[in-house]
Design a protein around this ligand. Sequence first.
Ligand SMILES: *Cc1c(COP(=O)(O)O)cnc(C)c1O
Length: 297
Amino acid sequence: MRTIIEPFRIKMTEALPITTRSEREVLLARAFNNVFLLDADHVTIDLLTDSGTGAMSDRQWAALMLGDESYAGSRSWRRFERTVREITGFKHIFPTHQGRAAERILAATRLKKGNVVPNNGHFDTTRANIEYVGAVATDLPSAEARDLHSEKRFKGNMDLARLEQLIEVEGAGNIPFCMLTVTNNTGGGQPVSMENVRSVKDILEKRNIPLIIDACRFAENAFFIKEREQGFADRSLLEIAREMFSFADGATMSAKKDGLANIGGFLACNNDSWADDFRNLLILTEGFPTYGGLAGR
Ligand SMILES: *Cc1c(COP(=O)(O)O)cnc(C)c1O
């Protein structure tokens, strides 16, 4: 239902730090104008990131108290797994403490030195995890992405011709998987069309290269598809998200973005043997498969 106001009431306040202009000038100079070096206590309006900073709902806060801290077979884990499976359809789901932990497990188990991973645009931690194991992270944004003033509707798309060319040059055997970041954060948070996801999958499938979706903002991307792509106006966001994930063999997710949680994430795949590798490394470095480095809440 459409409303002309935000359909929620805010019932909690948090005092903001207020500074004077001259204080801010000193603080910024001391931080070399790098906002990452500022203390939050000195920032009135914080636009650094959406990551883990969203306001949670009364139901989210209430659910924390209903969380089950059991080490194995936790009730809240089952609920999380059920929900992720309902949205993504993936067979194997592993909880991680945030997105980069999922990326690290994916890169460490699937990549070797010299391998190449194409992406419409690697997020910085994704690139770093790939490069850390000696592989090469290659960005293949569409040409429209470079034109900041164009009103093109899906400037987050991957350049299909460049993908074909890269596979031709590198050989499919040197590309253990390809990634698509929806929406493309590094490329200005621009969305990827369903047609592009489908076309990327078509190209990869012929060469047996798995597709992994970096799903941090899958919900926003689904919304853009509904608003802008022909044929999707009457489809629900859940249906659109499911179709998007149906083209993928796995996903990495930071729940700190569209998940609107303060911390959390997951790694998912359909391949049983990949899942064995993911599970073993998860237990070694994150936690048991039912909590993955997170509190049960
Ligand atoms: C934030 C983000 C990540 C990494 O997630 P963290 O939870 O910060 O580790 C990966 N990919 C994209 C597109 C992101 O925005």
